[in-house]
Write a new protein. Structure first.
Length: 178
């Protein structure tokens, strides 16, 4: 389970996640310097630490490294929520308290996520036919909603785990395959 990122680690990872492409220390430094005074060596050390911790991978590009996120921000957030929830002595009460803190927009997002998970799992009891599920997935992908459900990937010969394993699709970010 991941531990929560520190303030500077989070600032660096936010840029890596937002840019969604390989980035250099210099690029991250220049963007961070718009908000705070920070040294090149500090950013380089943080990015090296993130690499050592498995948050980013890096490739040599000339005389510098280019860093790429290993997972999505949504997957990181989900892991933190799961970790906190699993430590509760009363998980149901923790969920009720958590849902009670949510705004109406957050509750609507939660309902959307539940519908996606129920539609994408055999035990979800979906009334949709396989063709309706595939069409819904194609529509979701056209709207930037992520990958097709597991059933469609399996029929197409893929082995993806669908949105439940990679929740980034729920917020509409496009995947580039990098």
């Amino acid at each position: 389970m991941p531990r929560q990122l520190g303030e500077l680690e989070d600032a660096v990872m936010t840029r890596v996640w937002q840019w969604n492409r390989p980035v250099t220390v210099r690029e991250v430094l220049e963007d961070l310097q718009q908000e705070r005074s920070i040294a090149y060596t500090t950013v380089m050390t943080v990015m090296d630490n993130l690499h050592q911790k498995g948050w980013v991978r890096r490739e040599v590009s000339g005389r510098a490294y280019r860093y790429t996120a290993v997972s999505t921000r949504a997957a990181y957030s989900a892991a933190l929520m799961n970790e906190a929830w699993s430590k509760s002595d009363n998980p149901a009460a923790a969920l009720v308290a958590f849902f009670g803190m949510m705004s109406s927009e957050q509750r609507e997002s939660l309902n959307d996520a539940i519908r996606i998970v129920q539609r994408d799992t055999p035990e979800g009891g979906s009334a949709e036919s396989p063709e309706e599920m595939r069409e819904g997935a194609r529509q979701q992908a056209r709207e930037g909603g992520g990958e097709p459900p597991r059933a469609e990937q399996e029929q197409a010969g893929g082995e993806g785990a669908g949105p439940a394993a990679d929740p980034e699709g729920a917020d509409g970010e496009a995947r580039t395959g990098r």
